[in-house]
Design a protein around this ligand. Sequence first.
Ligand SMILES: [Cu+2]
Length: 171
Amino acid sequence: MTRVSPWLVALALLVAAVGCADDDAAEAAPPEVTGAETPEPAAPDVAAVYATIGDPGPDGDTLVGASTDVAERVELHESVIDDDGSARMVELEDGIDVAAGEGVVLERGGLHVMLMGLETELAEGDRYELTLEFERGGEVTVDVDVVPTVGGDDGGGGHDGQDEAHGDDDG
Ligand SMILES: [Cu+2]
């Protein structure tokens, strides 16, 4: 009768687990980030960053953090409207989900990256570097353009482009 040492069994399981983890991480790369911009900050201390994060691949990914030289710290936020109609921002401590096959858009009134404790004055036309950290894909550094502030506190921001179609007039 052969007796298998429990230590050997444990070791075999450990090796198998590590092997699987290695396979999973092998092909990871950060998703493409485009159109990163910051509206010229209205407050002296904080600024928002909007951008489009592309398809992270079939496994999806999560934006878990960000950093930059121009601010003390960076948070991930979502703007929400309370029941009483007032707008506020909540910090997303679990990160921002980047959907498999889709990506995610960070935009005014929704998901965004928030610079807290600005150490450099940001004015229209400036450009700074922001490093985004993804759970699977790792880090990617993008250039962020400082753009004019659009609109005020009205929460609006729709597009006004109207196209009138002309039909054919047969006499
Ligand atoms: Cu915010």
